[in-house]
Ligand binder design. Structure first.
Ligand SMILES: C[S@@+](CC[C@H](N)C(=O)[O-])C[C@H]1O[C@@H](n2cnc3c(N)ncnc32)[C@H](O)[C@@H]1O
Length: 326
């Protein structure tokens, strides 16, 4: 269970006029499974496109950074990382993967699978929120390549990205690299389809957020009172997932001492999924003193995987509005 202070953003989000739930609540055990299922849906181009880029470019990326250790932030089932590790493991003296994720089950399963498929790989499992787990990595001496894949960065606003990059720096050392998978702006029809698959997996994933709240906080949310909605907002290059109330409803989360009333038609924001214009992230990360080494795309330029290098070890104070996202 999260401590109350870790739940403050949830309580704030459900108390605001525009209600919201932090997107980490997608990832309980069932949510993590549903995310894996979502990745297999034909409409969900993100997973297979990013994987293809990594398959093509992993050797080049590894040559560019020559590291001994990997840190996978929000590692999930580590499938993409595993493919990457296969390319490099024979070249490494002491191959080590630090697996960071908020869901313990998915980390445990991935670690067991990796011990079979890559027996010479050492793994360290760090289960918890990024804020608690990234600094734990700060003790090592080997150069590292951090992964932040799966369009995870698209769930953050500009300010959150800058704060997150600054936090990453607390676990980094001179010369470390971070490889970021980010989705690109494209035909809204493709985007909308990806988050509204015909099999209804995206919808189940979104609604499961409410079950997660019920389980974590002894809640009584009537899940049948909500429906999934995912729509594209072109002015902000952002897909937004909401839970829309089908009728007036009220629920309590006793472990947070919180009661929430929701009116028919009211929408609770559960996730933003940003679709960055080309070059946007490079400019933004420069504000946090991360320099683009190289960016790789698929043939349609639907998705990008960008390698950044931390170029300012002395300035650990970058934060605040970037002005880039208006
Ligand atoms: C979009 S999935 C990406 C999974 C995997 N990296 C991939 O590319 O397929 C996001 C992952 O980040 C994890 N996650 C989400 N919020 C987190 C947080 N605040 N701290 C740590 N892990 C988090 C989730 O459990 C999930 O496994």
């Amino acid at each position: 269970m999260r401590s109350t202070s870790m739940s403050q953003d949830l309580m704030d989000g459900l108390s605001n006029a525009q209600k919201s739930i932090p997107c980490r609540y997608y990832y309980d055990d069932l949510g993590s499974r549903l995310f894996e299922e979502q990745c297999k849906q034909p409409e969900y181009y993100l997973y297979r496109t990013e994987k293809k880029i990594l398959e093509r470019q992993s050797e080049k990326i590894l040559k560019a950074c020559s590291v001994e250790t990997f840190v996978d932030l929000g590692c999930g089932n580590c499938e993409k990382t595993e493919m990457f590790l296969r390319t490099s493991i024979s070249m490494m003296r002491y191959p080590l993967l630090n697996m960071i994720d908020i869901n313990g089950l998915i980390v445990e399963e991935a670690s067991q699978r990796l011990s079979q498929t890559l027996p010479t790989l050492n793994t360290v499992k760090l289960v918890g929120d990024y804020a608690a787990t990234i600094p734990m990595h700060a003790h090592r001496i080997e150069p590292s390549l951090f992964f932040f894949l799966g369009s995870n960065i698209g769930n953050m606003t500009d300010d959150e990205i800058l704060r997150f990059m600054n936090m990453c720096r607390t676990g980094m050392r001179d010369g470390d690299y971070i490889l970021i998978g980010h989705d690109l702006d494209k035909d809204p029809a493709l985007l909308t389809a990806a988050y509204n698959d015909k099999n209804g997996v995206a919808a189940k994933t979104n609604l499961n957020v409410l079950s997660n709240l019920n389980n974590q906080y002894a809640g009584n949310i009537d899940i049948s009172a909500f429906r999934h909605e995912a729509a594209y907002y072109p002015e902000g290059f952002t897909m937004k997932s909401h839970l829309v109330a089908l009728r007036d409803t009220m629920f309590t989360l006793p472990k947070l001492k919180l009661t929430v009333s929701v009116k028919a038609g009211e929408r609770i924001l559960t996730e933003i999924e940003r679709k960055f214009p080309m070059g946007y992230l490079e400019q933004l990360l420069e504000l946090a003193n991360f320099k683009l080494v190289e960016e790789f795309h698929d043939d349609n330029a639907w998705f990008a995987v960008s390698l950044f290098r931390d170029v300012c070890r002395n300035d650990r104070t970058v934060s605040g509005a970037s002005g880039l996202d208006g």
